[in-house]
Design a protein around this ligand. Structure first.
Ligand code: ARG
Ligand code: ASP
Length: 752
């Protein structure tokens, strides 16, 4: 029932009351004060609870009838819970799917046509692109089913049904005890449940833990294997604003692409075949041209990947002060070096475009996340919550026995765990992600085969190496390697550094000395022959029995294995053992939180299962004195137009349509809307999700969040957390007016 805003208000109340007490010099014993404050804030909560509900929460479709539908309808939703999720009739869930294992997509025609983000279909679009047919640059529109392009490995996955299987999963499993033993028993039960759930069908089953293992749900899924590329705008539209605008509002990205699901003649999933036909779905979304007004009900239905809303103050503090700042610094370093080289050379720009996008996506999110956590004073908010909980625990002997140890134990664990977690993150960010190290992992395949290799093994690695070199610039890698290694040597405790003397020659040995580091890096890149395409290809041409030793002896290989061994010996086991302890504590901590607040309806953290989040279209104030409107228009694209800035080059055709104001029916009061924002609580994986209005009609496609609200994965703030969606009318305009592919609109149901 209540949610984070109530918690925030509760804590703010405590703060304010504290201050009032202090100002009035009222001397009161802390115990009594706490009691009073709790009573006061409880009264306050009851009061505000009835009319103030934040739009926080990622809700379980199966439980909407029980927990949410009344609230949804109060906020404007006109349909029923059965319209969203039902196993008896076609419902919205039959039109929503996992796209490519990491995004969401939805059906928009009865011929299997689906829409998702441009950034979700990016690798498929890139795969089909060549210099002759550069769909990334020019866009692509299949003029008929025959022109739709198959995609190896691309799948979409529907939810057939879900079920609470907590009792079966936990049958015969001790509540406490050794976590790994417990997990093994749980896994055994899960295997049985899954087997039974899909017996005699072509479905797949998954069982996932909710609320840190306090609840389990079974998901029966249907996966389609023939998904073809139908259309996408040029990147200058689909990725307009690029990394400059990423995670930001105001935004003007036409972030969509179209695909089509194919099935066999019985409408069942099948591997790609020429004989397959467009899939006939049970349900697809009607598209609404009505647009959005502030305050309008919106619902996002999709697959949020991962959130951590119930972390303790210790965990949040660790992320905020010990993990994020270093992650940000490391990525900032490599982004700067990458960008400098990309600016100098168009070839490097293409080679590093995708790497730059993925490195900078998380980098920018973490910066936003840390700013948000700081602004919300998240650690203290959590501390206050923990104080209230402790109070509740101490009120009762049984509670004390069950829960009193948890928070002190967390504190103790995080005091030590943080250094290992830091080392692991640093290793992952600074060493593991290095390109030369990634190349060494490829070579490991051949080293492990040793003299027993087969010629196919060599060919396999040759192909993979060719792919690597297509997007590799040794000079760029070298600069990044030097900078990151230097950061590692400086910032990471000696215990978490490999014994350099075993693989670095004594003349370079002191890597904290810039001259020696320089010399080592020169040596590393010169002597690692597998980082030079010509040398490696020649080496493969004559590859013989003992040649794997040459791979093993290369400096990059030595570097990789020594770092790996250190990680496996010094970091991994400790992290793993702490993770298990933390998992155990989290389970009981979550239970205590829920018990202490039994009137509140909790939502489980995202775990890449289908969820409903609902809220309203709303503007926001990112800073004092600034207010952001809830929508953007194509005028903003023209404002940003700048041929000198790669991210802001506007295609001529769009400029022409703009000049002629040739917007067809897609404009509203003469303005062509591009994107809009709402209060829906979303996260990574929600990209491509349908954004629906009160009638369940498609008004947008979700693709991002506003920067000021990216801490929503840890703490949601109703004032600043906004999801960003593509206005569906902009997509229709692009398909119809820009691309001249209006035949695609013929298969959609579009209502005014
Ligand atoms: N920030 C969005 C998400 O997390 C979009 C990322 C794709 N765009 C980019 N410029 N890297 O996935
Ligand atoms: N852009 C994200 C995605 O790709 C969505 C988000 O993090 O808000 O799923």
């Amino acid at each position: 029932m209540t949610s984070k805003i109530v918690k925030l208000l509760e804590i703010q109340t405590i703060y304010i009351l504290f201050r009032i007490f202090e100002q009035n010099y009222i001397q009161i014993k802390i115990q009594i004060m706490f009691k009073k404050i709790t009573i006061l804030s409880l009264m306050f909560i009851v009061l505000i609870n009835s009319y103030l509900r934040a739009d926080e929460g990622m809700w379980i479709p199966l439980l909407l009838q029980k927990y949410n539908i009344e609230d949804m309808q109060k906020k404007g939703f006109k349909l029923t819970a059965e319209d969203i999720y039902s196993i008896n009739q076609a419902s919205m869930k039959d039109a929503v799917m996992i796209f490519d294992g990491g995004c969401t997509a939805e059906l928009i025609s009865d011929k299997g046509l689906i829409i998702t983000n441009h950034h979700c279909g990016f690798s498929q679009i890139q795969d089909h692109s060549s210099l002759e047919n550069d769909y990334l640059t020019d866009g692509f529109w299949a003029a008929s089913h025959d022109e739709e392009l198959p995609n190896k490995g691309l799948t979409v996955t529907f939810l057939v049904r879900m079920e609470d299987v907590t009792a079966q999963v936990l049958a015969g499993v001790a509540d406490d005890g050794e976590e790994s033993v417990r997990q093994a028993a749980i896994d055994k039960n899960i295997e049985k449940i899954k087997e039974e759930a899909v017996k005699g069908t072509h479905y797949q089953a998954k069982v996932k833990a909710f609320f840190y293992g306090n609840q389990y749900f079974l998901f029966v899924q249907e996966e389609f294997l023939d998904v073809r590329f139908v259309g996408a705008p040029p990147s200058a539209i689909g990725k307009f604003g690029g990394d400059t605008d990423n995670w930001m509002w105001p935004r003007h990205t036409g972030d969509f692409s179209l695909f089509r699901i194919y099935a066999d003649k019985d409408n069942k999933p099948a591997e790609y075949s020429e004989n397959n036909v467009p899939f006939t779905p049970k349900k697809h979304f009607t598209i609404s041209m009505k647009g959005t007004q502030p305050g309008d009900f919106t619902m996002v239905f999709g697959y949020p990947g991962n959130t951590e809303e119930y972390l303790t103050s210790y965990a949040v503090d660790m992320i905020q002060t010990k993990i994020n700042p270093y992650r940000i610094e490391i990525r900032q370093t490599s982004i700067d070096l990458m960008l400098a080289d990309m600016e100098k050379s168009p070839a490097v720009r293409i080679q590093y475009a995708d790497k730059h996008a993925s490195v900078s996506n998380a980098w920018k999110k973490w910066i936003g996340e840390n700013n948000g956590l700081k602004r919300l004073d998240a650690v203290n908010v959590k501390k206050q919550r923990e104080a209230t909980l402790t109070q509740w625990i101490n009120q009762d002997e049984t509670r004390k026995q069950k829960y009193a140890y948890i928070l002190p134990e967390f504190e103790k664990i995080y005091a030590d765990y943080a250094q290992y977690s830091f080392a692991e993150e640093y290793f992952y960010e600074a060493i593991w992600r290095m390109e030369s190290v990634k190349m060494a992992t490829r070579m490991r395949y051949l080293v492990e085969k040793g003299s027993e290799f087969k010629p196919e093994d060599v060919e396999k690695i040759r192909t993979s190496a060719k792919n690597f070199f297509k997007d590799y610039n040794l000079e760029t890698d070298k600069k990044i390697f030097k900078a990151l290694l230097s950061l590692y040597v400086t910032n990471v405790d000696k215990r978490f550094q490999p014994e350099f003397s075993t693989f670095v020659k004594s003349k370079y040995l002191d890597l904290s000395d810039p001259k020696k580091l320089d010399a080592y890096v020169d040596f590393y890149f010169e002597k690692t022959f597998f980082l030079h395409e010509d040398q490696l290809m020649k080496f493969f041409d004559t590859y013989a029995k003992a040649d794997y030793k040459k791979l093993e002896n290369a400096p990059a290989y030595q570097f990789y294995t020594n770092f790996m061994n250190m990680y496996v010996a010094q970091i991994m086991p400790v992290v793993k053992s702490y993770d298990q302890k933390i998992a155990n504590l989290n389970r009981f901590y979550m239970r205590a939180l829920m018990e202490a607040d039994s009137a509140k309806i909790f939502y489980p953290d995202a775990n890449f299962t289908l969820r409903v989040t609902y809220g309203k279209v709303a503007d926001y104030e990112p800073k004092d004195g600034i207010k952001y409107k809830h929508y953007t228009t194509v005028d903003g694209i023209i404002e940003k137009d700048n041929p000198d800035i790669y991210d802001y080059r506007v295609p001529q055709r769009l400029k022409d349509l703009y000049a002629a104001k040739d917007y067809g029916d897609y404009a509203e009061n003469g303005e062509l809307h591009t994107c809009f924002i709402a209060t829906n609580h979303t996260t990574g994986g929600n990209s491509g999700s349908p954004v629906l209005n009160a009638n369940g009609e498609l008004i947008g496609v979700n693709f991002d969040r506003c920067w000021e609200g990216t801490m929503s994965d840890i703490m949601y703030d109703p004032a600043q957390c906004r999801n960003i969606s593509l206005d569906i009318r902009y997509a229709l305009f692009l398909i119809d007016k820009f691309a001249g592919a209006s035949y695609l609109l013929d298969e959609m149901i579009i209502v005014k």
